[in-house]
Design a protein around this ligand. Structure first.
Ligand SMILES: Nc1nc2c(ncn2[C@@H]2O[C@H](COP(=O)(O)OP(=O)(O)OP(=O)(O)O)[C@@H](O)[C@H]2O)c(=O)[nH]1
Ligand SMILES: [Mg+2]
Ligand SMILES: [Zn+2]
Ligand SMILES: [Zn+2]
Length: 214
């Protein structure tokens, strides 16, 4: 087993090593894993559930790890939808890291899934500094957070190649033009893919699957 001894080594370097180990494990077990990041309440869980419905229709087995500071609300939603699910509480950390996820993967029935979504803690700041070892990453924001969300968090958007701008059904109500978010993202990340979604109706979900290469 591994442990992180703060002060005796470079924590970030160790995290990178552990992310590489997670990557190798997931590749060996033929599990396609995605780190789903995004603001609090942006729609990460509902979008994962929608993606899972489509993937199940294609005959793929889907799992989810619900990362949250406390509680098992998202875990219960995944389990109720029939996903192979695990709960991962961070206690006082506002992000998942490769060490914590590595231990969760040790306990997860990887042989039972083809695709695994790891829902990060709602936060647009520190998850950007902690790669988990997934093959792909997705950031979810919603129009209800305001049209300056991308500009205020350049790092996570510059380094994440798939963005879902969610809750587009509410854009008119909150007076936000989703294209402002899209344009800001394209400036920060010219090769990134951005999809407008409404996770409630399912709009954009097929396109998002394509953007993730699923
Ligand atoms: N109108 C609308 N509501 C949405 C949409 N996506 C999610 N919601 C609602 O927004 C709320 C938050 O959605 P979640 O999927 O729980 O968001 P989350 O990002 O997982 O939240 P945390 O895990 O707490 O950070 C729920 O009440 C959803 O039903 C959307 O596209 N449109
Ligand atoms: Mg959630
Ligand atoms: Zn450990
Ligand atoms: Zn954090």
């Amino acid at each position: 087993m591994h442990d992180i001894r703060v002060g005796t080594e470079d924590v970030f370097k160790r995290q990178l090593e552990l992310a590489a180990r997670n990557y190798e494990l997931l590749q060996n077990r033929k599990v396609r894993a995605f780190n789903v990041m995004g603001a609090i309440g942006s729609g990460k869980t509902l979008l994962i559930l929608r993606l899972a419905e489509r993937l199940k229709d294609k005959g793929l087995r889907v799992g989810a790890i619900a990362g949250d500071v406390a509680g098992d609300d998202d875990y219960q939603r995944f389990a109720a939808a029939g996903l192979v699910a695990a709960n991962l509480n961070t206690g006082d950390d506002c992000h998942l890291d490769a060490h914590r996820v590595g231990h969760a993967l040790e306990d997860f029935p990887l042989g039972e899934v083809d695709v695994l979504f790891i829902e990060n803690v709602g936060n647009l700041v520190c998850p950007a500094d902690f790669p988990l070892g997934t093959e792909g990453e997705l950031v979810v924001i919603s129009v209800t957070e305001g049209d300056d969300m991308v500009r205020k968090h350049p790092k996570i958007f510059a380094q994440t190649d798939v963005l879902a701008v969610n809750k587009v059904d509410l854009a008119g109500f909150v007076g936000v033009d989703p294209m402002v978010l899209v344009d800001d993202y394209r400036r920060l990340n010219p090769h990134g893919k951005v999809v407008l979604t409404d996770a409630r109706s399912g709009r954009g979900v097929d396109e998002l699957l394509g953007a993730l290469g699923l």
